[in-house]
Every structure is written in structure tokens, then in C-alpha cells.
Design a protein around this ligand. Sequence first.
Ligand code: PSU
Ligand code: MN
Length: 302
Amino acid sequence: MTIDVSPAVAAAVAAGDPVVALESTLLCHGIPRPLNRELAAGIEDGVRSAGAVPATVAVMAGRIKVGLTTAELDHLLDAPEVTKCSTRDLPRIAASGGLGATTVAATAFVAARAGIRIMATGGLGGVHQGGERSLDVSADLEELARTPVTVVCSGVKSILDQARTLERLETLGVPVVGYRCDELPGFYTVETGLRVPRIEQLDDLCRLHEAHGALGLRGMVVVQPPPAQHAMARVKVERLVEEARMAARARRIRGAAFTPFMLQHMAERSQGATVRVNCALAVSNAGLAGALAAALAGHERS
Ligand code: PSU
Ligand code: MN
């Protein structure tokens, strides 16, 4: 099954210009409409202002697409039903002519095949609470173990077991490094109490990415905290997560529907505070991913 790369993205990849892949699940299942449209534009602008080309990934009319036109983005973000696609779902949704939004796992998979090495998201998927028994662990982790893509994010989503997610990434050989922070951020929160190695300069991040690739290692995770003016207090987030978890249990929500349900529940109960921090960090991560891609392209030329 072939992948449709937009002319702008294909030209940039061929020329060695900086490109950043962007996921679409966060837009279709993480942020309410019509705010998702504004966020999509904000994320793409964040990549562009850092000097890179944005390449949003989605499945449309049976084609796996890398780089969407404005009309395609509008169609995706207005559609009443969009399937959340992890890597395993890509062929099924594509072959059935469906419309799908890609998770971090599926986006990384597609990006690597299109020659893109950097992507941005809000928060990585990971080990769900109780995942040591349920085995509900996001495919994002295994995908990064086999796919050479560096993901810029604000840690793993607040609803997850962050400590076990970090352990799992270690087992899988996926490094997690903090850009100007020495703690794993907690997505909505700046802190989690979990240490990560700190990198201070973009140039050092570039060198790390190159050394990692030169050894034939695969995925890597770069984290930075959510912007300070929108970040939430840890106790507040813990309470919201607990309330949402109880609601999900009462409604027997499991599997792929769990993450979208939790995010929506917390958005309502926080009067939109979680949505504001989610948007702010997604744009900020797009900017850092763009800057990293631009710096890497510069390195390769010199
Ligand atoms: N980050 C967000 N909102 C989201 C997600 C991440 O700010 O909706 C999505 C990502 O696409 C991630 C997915 O890959 O949640 C993980 O879902 P699951 O736990 O079902 O693998
Ligand atoms: Mn899951």
C-alpha cells in the first residue's frame, strides 16, 4: 500500500529540507471542535515559524496521506466520524476507504516510510494505570522501539502510569531526554518527580539524534514541560484523573476509546483548563520539533 506524500513535503524531503510529521488523533479525538481547527493551524504555524515544513498524517478516502491541504484538513477536522488509527489499523482503514486520524505510533510508522525523522505531539501514549495486569500499553512504545523517529512531546499523558511507561521505554531501548528540564513532565503538569537526562542546547540535541541514528538505534523521545502560564498543579490533575477514571469504569469504557473519553471528561470538569494547556504544549512542541529538524538539516549540509 503506497503512501501519498504531498508535493510540498516530497520536495522538502528530497532536498534535505527540514520536515516535521504531525499526528492527527490529538486533533480529532483529543481536542473538541471547532477548537481543533484553530489548534491544527497553530501547530502547523509553529513548525513553519521554526523554518520547517509541517506534514500532518491521516488516512483519507482510503489513502495514507503525509501533508494535508487546507481543504483536506478542514474535511478531516469537521467529519462526524473519524477512526482512531494505531499502526495495526492503517491497512484496515485504508483498504476500506475510510477516514482515519493517526496516533503517535501510526504517525511515526508512516513518517519513517516517507523519509521524515522528526515528529511532534502533545503527550505520548504509554502504560495505562493497571497496565501491568490489563496489558493496556499504547502501541506508541513498541513502535518507537522499531521505528527511527524522534518524538517531541510533553511527557506521557497525565492519565497514564508515568513511572511504568518510563521503565517500559528503558526496556525497549528508547531514550527519553529532557530539553532544558531534568524531570519527565506530566503533560498537564511541569513535574512528575521522575528524572530524565537534561540537554541544554539545541546543538547538543542534534548531536544526540545523529549519534543515536549512526548506531542504528530507532526511536527517541525528547520532552519539554508545558508552557508555564498554562501548566496545572499536580494535585488538581490527580483529582481530575481519578474522577474521570471512575466515570470510565462506571461506563465500562476500555480499549482505544479510553484515552479520548478521559481527555474529554477532564476538559469538562476543569472548565477547559486541560484543553488550554493541551493546546499550548502542542504548539510549543511543534516549535521545538521544527527547530530540531531545521538544526539537523543545517548540520547535514555543513
Ligand atoms: N496527546 C494528546 N492527545 C491525544 C493523544 C496524545 O494531547 O489524543 C493520542 C496520541 O495520538 C497517542 C494516543 O498516540 O493518544 C494514545 O492512545 P492509546 O493510549 O489508545 O494508544
Ligand atoms: Mn490502549
